[in-house]
Write a protein that binds this ligand. Structure first.
Ligand code: GLN
Length: 543
């Protein structure tokens, strides 16, 4: 629904210069949250200049976690920030890559749609980029669409995107569009100075490509001061109030507050010719940040996974714990434990003393045996336990081996001979050879058993959660599991697939085939994480 009376969608483009990883995603999400606080409807989109059609085929070490949307798109992790900050539901249209752009242009060429014309970067690729940008605005009735351009200005790959933005600004009008450029202001310890030259150069680079930024957000370790802002404003042709600093803060959730202090939302609304009375209402946000910054207690969770060297590999899980911690008034310290180091002999040393244990999602056999040992430890020692996706599959394998007594039990993903493939490929998956976009992806319904931890957490009988996997609980073995004390407490009502299992004789043991972490937001912390943290707190008190 529009707040903006002209019912015309306005477009904000976010670019980055000097270096990558400056936090364009967080700035975009923060701006969106500030505009929401003023009653505007907003969505955010990410354009990624790489040639992969989507990040689903990327190793998490390349770009961090792959985020999954409700409609089953495998996307960049920035979409996770967008959803967590704004509680909007993103979709396939919110993440576009160069691979996707070229794929659709080439498909059109093969169909003969270009009627014999030479197909070129300009206009055909740039037209497709523009179409994708506009698609969201046309679809949603948003007042503002924020489009983040991945990569750094000056990269060869970004050029068509910058050109598309240049054309759109010309076509839509300057009061209907604006460019926010994020750069780095390094501090030179030797001379004790903050340096603005890299910023000036990256703005020059943008100008060379025909784009004048309207707002500059400068990442820095130190406060910038009026003099420096004036200098940047003068040399980069922006008004001094449109030079905003972004200094590292203890929690990313403080960024919207810092941006509001500097009136970023007012500057943006003014550039877009949108009304701007009063202040952005951030009351609930401030309450949340207060809780994150002033916890009353702490719980310690061990996260057992194989991508433990890279913090971003489990981004959504870590953030879901921040949200759940705030609800429970505690800080949740999440410690990554390398699954490859865990076995039955080291489990006590590595996992003893944690208030809760989470076994993470993943692919392939590396680290799986360690994950299975971690589940065994949590089950036997009665430590609150959550398994997610591959983590759930490991808990099923562990139970089959150590409780039912099928010592060869395994997942068929591991490709070892077994009489007990307790996790196996579904019929529909058997003939698929393409890796990209072919898993069970996106939201599916799940029916929750009344007398379960799952129901205690959700308080609802039908839930919708997002999936990203090929393998499933093998229902032909189910009866034995139930007899031995592992129950399916969540079942897909349409297909009968097992979506969640719980061990009956345990204080809190919930393993889910879906990924609850993708749906946790500041506005709606995920009930399962809230329940897990509460169980970990209870465990801590008992000790
Ligand atoms: N590798 C498992 C599967 O494909 C689990 C995937 C995951 O943990 N996301 O079924």
């Amino acid at each position: 629904m529009f707040k903006n009376e002209t019912h015309k969608t306005k477009y904000v483009f976010v670019t980055g210069g000097v270096a990558s990883s400056l936090g364009k995603g967080i700035i975009s999400a923060s701006l969106a949250r500030l505009l929401q606080g003023r009653g505007y409807t907003v969505t955010i989109q990410k354009l990624d200049p790489y040639i992969n059609v989507d990040p689903g085929t990327l190793n998490p070490y390349e770009h961090g976690e792959c985020y999954v949307t409700e409609d089953g798109a495998e996307t960049d992790l920035d979409l996770g920030h967008y959803e967590r900050f704004t509680a909007i539901t993103t979709s396939k249209a919110n993440n576009v890559t160069t691979g996707k752009i070229y794929q659709s242009v080439i498909n059109k060429e093969r169909r003969g749609d270009f009627l014999g014309k030479t197909v070129q970067v300009i206009p055909h690729i740039t037209d497709e980029i523009k179409r994708r940008i506009m698609l969201l605005g046309k679809k949603g009735g948003y007042d503002v669409v924020i489009t983040e351009i991945g990569g750094t200005v000056g990269d060869i790959e970004s050029l068509p995107y910058i050109e598309a933005v240049r054309q759109l600004r010309y076509e839509l009008g300057y009061g209907n569009t604006m460019v926010l450029h994020l750069t780095l202001v390094p501090y030179m310890r030797a001379s004790g100075e903050l340096k603005t030259k890299p910023t000036q150069h990256s703005v020059k680079q943008l100008l060379e490509n025909g784009l004048q930024p309207d707002v500059l957000v400068l990442r820095s370790d130190k406060e910038l001061g009026q003099e420096l802002r004036r200098k940047v404003a003068l040399f980069c042709n922006v008004s001094p109030n449109a030079v905003v600093e972004s200094i590292d803060v203890p929690t990313i959730y403080e960024v919207p507050l810092k941006m509001r202090d500097q009136h970023l939302d007012e500057v943006v609304l003014e550039k877009l010719h949108l009304p701007c009375e009063g202040e952005s209402d951030l009351t609930s946000w401030i309450d949340f940040v207060e809780k994150v910054k002033n916890p009353k207690d702490q719980v310690n969770i061990a996260l057992v996974g194989k991508y433990t060297e890279l913090p971003d590999a489990y981004k959504s899980i870590v953030e879901a714990f921040v949200h759940a911690g705030a609800v429970n008034d505690v800080k949740v310290k999440v410690q990554y434990i390398n699954a490859e180091k865990v076995n039955d002999a080291t489990a006590e040393e590595l996992l003893g003393g944690w208030d809760g244990i989470l076994v993470a999602p993943g692919f392939g056999h590396r680290g799986v045996e360690g994950k299975i040992s971690a589940v065994k430890y949590a089950r036997e020692q009665k430590v609150p336990f959550m398994g997610i996706c591959l983590g759930m599959q490991c808990s099923v394998i562990e139970f089959a081996r150590n409780v039912i007594g099928w010592t060869d039990a395994n997942s068929s993903e591991m490709e070892v001979p077994t009489q007990h493939p307790v996790i196996a490929l579904m019929e529909e998956q058997k003939n698929i050879s393409d890796k990209g976009g072919t898993m069970r992806l996106g939201a599916y319904p799940c029916k929750v058993a009344r007398d379960s931890h799952l129901y205690a957490a959700y308080g609802q009988e039908i839930i919708y959660e997002r999936h990203r996997h090929r393998y499933e609980f093998n229902n032909s073995f189910y009866a034995e599991f139930e007899k031995a004390g592992m129950r399916a407490t969540g079942i897909n009502p349409d297909t009968g697939l097992v979506e969640a299992v719980e061990v009956v004789d345990h204080p809190w043991y919930v393993s889910v085939q879906f990924h609850p972490e993708y749906k946790s937001t500041v506005k709606r912390p995920h009930p399962l994480f809230v329940g897990f943290v509460a169980a970990a707190m209870a465990n801590r008190k008992e000790k």
